[in-house]
Design a protein around this ligand. Sequence first.
Ligand SMILES: Cc1cc2nc3c(=O)[nH]c(=O)nc-3n(C[C@H](O)[C@H](O)[C@H](O)COP(=O)(O)O)c2cc1C
Length: 240
Amino acid sequence: MSTAIDVPGSGIPTSDPVGDSTPAGDSTTGVEPAGAGSAEAGRPVRITVILGSVRDGRFLPTVADWFTERVAERAAGRGDVLVDRLDLAEVPLPLDMAAPDGGSSPEVGAALAAAARRLAEADAFVVITPEYNHSFPAALKNLVDWHFAEWQAKPVGFVSYGGVSGGLRAVEQLRTVFAELHAVTIRRSVSFHHPWSWFDEAGRPSDPEGSAAAAAGMLDQLHWWASALRQARAETPYAA
Ligand SMILES: Cc1cc2nc3c(=O)[nH]c(=O)nc-3n(C[C@H](O)[C@H](O)[C@H](O)COP(=O)(O)O)c2cc1C
């Protein structure tokens, strides 16, 4: 089941479907699923949003809070999405990758197990990343490299930010990384250049309609891929 995560600013319970409708195919409807694929089709799509900056004084929370609100807004009334926020600043993964069970550190073992479980439970991912030296943060690569099967045959969307590039160079590099992991990256993405001058102190972007439309477009495609791939995985195990 999902992990209950506090989502600042959104007011939504993340362990429950976002929105207030009963998902199609839910047992309360009395409709018997015809098979594994049909049962999968009726469940809300679980999106794990990965917060990719761990830097002290990071700008990331402003972008992450804004995006989480857009997920809630897009899903309002549909009840077809669950959201989980995985903040890498709260996941102390070691760099050496020597012991998957954490070795002599129970804390590391617990952090690894929790992160792996949350990634495994996800139907889709959204990576929120800044651009560092024309790429993405090392902490994000560490999370990616610690896992393998958790990414396979699942879609990945991107929200990026940075200087003039809006973080797009980080996203392009991430696309090649996720291809190696048998994940499918979403064509549409959201990017902010100079976000520190784009968002006001209340966390509102200067073009709220345009920014929301970009997020909605990406989420629509992400949801389509997440539903299709989840059904396909249920019918035929993915061969990596
Ligand atoms: C180490 C470092 C390298 C950076 N390199 C780039 C870069 O190559 N291109 C760019 O557009 N912005 C670059 N920036 C600016 C960041 O994208 C910007 O400061 C962003 O807000 C960082 O996200 P964060 O505050 O959430 O960590 C860099 C920032 C840092 C700290």
